[in-house]
Design a binder for this molecule. Structure first.
Ligand code: RB5
Length: 148
């Protein structure tokens, strides 16, 4: 199950992703927003991040205008590794090396065709573990150092 969320800046692209999942039969839960009316991206980042951390959803996709604000907000939740990707190469390695559990994109940065390629790449990639796990453990240590 994939958690989907966006603010108004990412709403149109979220709709593209949502319809793509419908077509492909990929299960998702849409946390909104549900229109182009102005909202605050941290609210949607938090809902999707908590759905992933709680195990309600396996992973998440978050979209705002640039992908920046919504990724910053999601990464405040301990255990979240949200990667803002605008290219297919980064999407692949966000999973293979960083085990990113949330993919972020900028609805005002990339077009729908590239976005769906990025989504596919990230969904199909597999975390490689090994030396990369050691680095993720160090990220966890940083969270612990700051009481998160
Ligand atoms: C909203 O106007 C915009 O600031 C937001 O979508 C995002 O780009 C923030 O990082």
């Amino acid at each position: 199950m994939i958690a989907l969320g966006s603010d108004h800046g990412g709403y149109d692209l979220k709709e593209v992703v949502r319809k793509y999942f419908d077509k492909k039969g990929i299960a998702y839960k849409d946390f909104g927003t549900f229109s182009s009316e102005s909202v605050d991206y941290p609210d949607f980042a938090l809902m999707v991040a908590e759905a992933v951390i709680s195990g309600e959803c396996d992973r998440g996709i978050l979209i705002c205008g640039t992908g920046i604000g919504i990724s910053i907000a999601a990464n405040k939740v301990p255990g979240i590794r949200a990667a803002n990707c605008s290219d297919v190469f980064s999407a692949k390695y966000a999973k293979e090396h960083n085990n990113a559990n949330i993919l972020c994109m900028g609805g005002r940065v990339i077009g729908p065709g590239l976005a769906l390629m990025i989504v596919d790449e990230w969904l199909n990639a597999e975390f490689q573990g090994g030396r990369h796990q050691k680095r993720l453990d160090k990220i966890k240590d940083i969270e612990k150092k700051y009481g998160r």
